[in-house]
Write a protein that binds this ligand. Sequence first.
Ligand SMILES: *[C@@H]1O[C@H](CO)[C@@H](O)[C@H](O)[C@H]1NC(C)=O
Ligand SMILES: *[C@@H]1O[C@H](CO)[C@@H](O)[C@H](O)[C@H]1NC(C)=O
Ligand SMILES: *[C@@H]1O[C@H](CO)[C@@H](O)[C@H](O)[C@H]1NC(C)=O
Ligand SMILES: *[C@@H]1O[C@H](CO)[C@@H](O)[C@H](O)[C@H]1NC(C)=O
Ligand SMILES: *[C@@H]1O[C@H](CO)[C@@H](O)[C@H](O)[C@H]1NC(C)=O
Length: 305
Amino acid sequence: MRVSNILTFLTSFALVANADRLVRFISTDNREYYGDAILPRNSTDSAHSTHANVIRGDILGDYTVTSQIKEIKTLLAPLPAERVRAVRCVGLNYVAHINETNQTIPSFPILFYKPITALNTPFDPIPVSEGYQTQGDFLSKMDYETELVIVIKKKAFNITDEEAFDHILGYTVGHDVSHRGWQIDRGGLPQPQFAMGKGADGWAPWGPAIVTKDVVPDPQALNIWTKVNGVTQQNSSTANMIFPVKHLVSFFSMGTTLLPGDVIFTGTPNGVNLGKADPDWLVEGDVVEVGLENVGTCTNEIKYV
Ligand SMILES: *[C@@H]1O[C@H](CO)[C@@H](O)[C@H](O)[C@H]1NC(C)=O
Ligand SMILES: *[C@@H]1O[C@H](CO)[C@@H](O)[C@H](O)[C@H]1NC(C)=O
Ligand SMILES: *[C@@H]1O[C@H](CO)[C@@H](O)[C@H](O)[C@H]1NC(C)=O
Ligand SMILES: *[C@@H]1O[C@H](CO)[C@@H](O)[C@H](O)[C@H]1NC(C)=O
Ligand SMILES: *[C@@H]1O[C@H](CO)[C@@H](O)[C@H](O)[C@H]1NC(C)=O
């Protein structure tokens, strides 16, 4: 090889830095890559990224950010569903949301799970199957919930709040799609049916990037919002969480091992349809944007299937 070729070869595999925004995408060669998203100048949302530095290795283990740049044709969810071994979700974690739904502030985090088949990309439609479309005889129907999502990097069992950040890879934004009819009307009151109301296929869009904890040193200071068809419906701050990120991770690790790739949806602020006097339940064609400051947005359309 000529010296210039050798230099090109070496630089294309050189370590650039730790990744800031871990994405997974299909490039113009129709191959799938992990990458560190390159942001456009005017945005911190990798949903607007057109290129990324290719990552070699395992984003849940050891990886290298190369200087090779690929064009992003389609952004995917940050990890394939099979690599996410548990989708943990927190029920009531913002006072104003508890208030708007007439519930009481819990003394401990309220945990439920979604199956991994609920995970969805940041842009694909949210499928609503027939049993969830027949909304007529429910008191309450399809609703949105925007949430900060924690991604676990290092196995955790019985860890303290202080140790929690050591086990976190980063944060992304997620949509805890909810059918209140199945969750509440057809729950065994006073017990809700979280799994039936929230666990359907595609009801957990997440991404587009896992923003590493170096970029977000304080996850409790981020604006969090929802827009439905462009109109703001939720607009709060993660400062309003009752149980902060570090406590959720330590609390859930009390008797259950958290594994690399596990995600934790951390609850939604106020502004959901369930809390409104004149709710405008989501129907086919509605476009929901869930957003988290400095982290990103997912934008998905409700689609009857
Ligand atoms: C960033 O700037 C481009 C070009 O000026 C514009 O098309 C795009 O909408 C802007 N994006 C955001 C998120 O403001
Ligand atoms: C609680 O909800 C009521 C309406 O249900 C509202 O008037 C009040 O401002 C809310 N309080 C808080 C602290 O959010
Ligand atoms: C909460 O209570 C208020 C006042 O009693 C009522 O109007 C509202 O429908 C209730 N909301 C929910 C979600 O139960
Ligand atoms: C959990 O950690 C505490 C100390 O932080 C220790 O006392 C306790 O035995 C541990 N429990 C288990 C099940 O490992
Ligand atoms: C949320 O509220 C803040 C402060 O009022 C405002 O600047 C911001 O634009 C709002 N965000 C959305 C998405 O409407």
